[in-house]
Ligand binder design. Sequence first.
Ligand SMILES: Nc1ncnc2c1ncn2[C@@H]1O[C@H](COP(=O)(O)OP(=O)(O)OP(=O)(O)O)[C@@H](O)[C@H]1O
Ligand SMILES: [Mg+2]
Length: 233
Amino acid sequence: MSIKLENVTKTYFTGEVETHAVKNVDLEIKDGEFIVLLGPSGSGKSTMLNIISGLDNPTSGKISIDEAVISDMNSKQLTKFRRDNLGFIFQQYNLLQTLSVKENVEVGREVSLLPFTVEEVLEQVGLSTQADKYPFQLSGGEQQRVSIARAVVKNPKIMFCDEPTGALDEEMAKEILGILQKLNEKYKTSVVLITHNPSIGAMADRIIKLNSGEVVEIIVNKNKLNASEISWG
Ligand SMILES: Nc1ncnc2c1ncn2[C@@H]1O[C@H](COP(=O)(O)OP(=O)(O)OP(=O)(O)O)[C@@H](O)[C@H]1O
Ligand SMILES: [Mg+2]
């Protein structure tokens, strides 16, 4: 699905203080693109991702995903739109501790229109043999792979990822990024990925740089690298 932002602004009001987290952003993301959102802490990356994906409302401006104008939707419509079309991966894994690996992934599958099977997705993230374990029996990287499997199994049209590798070491991070890359190449899932690490831009189609809530640069990457080939910063 393609995404279009027209003059999008997000301002937070806390007491006397106004924070302009996203300022007058115009942007188009094409169907099937792999986008890396880069910028320093506080530059508005998470805010931007949250409003692009309908987790939060913009203060003004228009956001469309294909024909759907999500900035006009009420919260019930947004919930349905997200459930049917979007996948999310965050730095925190948010797994259900009382459910096994398999059952956690099943939760993602239940809410979907065209899901993959739990088995094929666990295979993809290399967790087939761990399906009956519980989250506390897994390493951090393995838990992150479960959260990826849970997001992937619903076969989303767009995958939004906020620092998905922020808590992982280089080797595990590249493995996770490789899974996202495969999803993008094989199923043409659009990916919007936030990171602090500029070297991850090497695997993107385009790198969008934010500073103080504004898009300051867009870099088109002609020679995309495999996740495993990235030289880590
Ligand atoms: N709920 C909120 N209320 C008030 N201000 C907020 C809120 N959320 C974010 N902000 C402010 O908006 C700005 C952008 O925050 P945002 O979380 O989008 O940054 P970020 O680029 O994701 O940073 P990081 O890399 O540290 O995660 C910051 O100045 C932040 O303090
Ligand atoms: Mg953030």
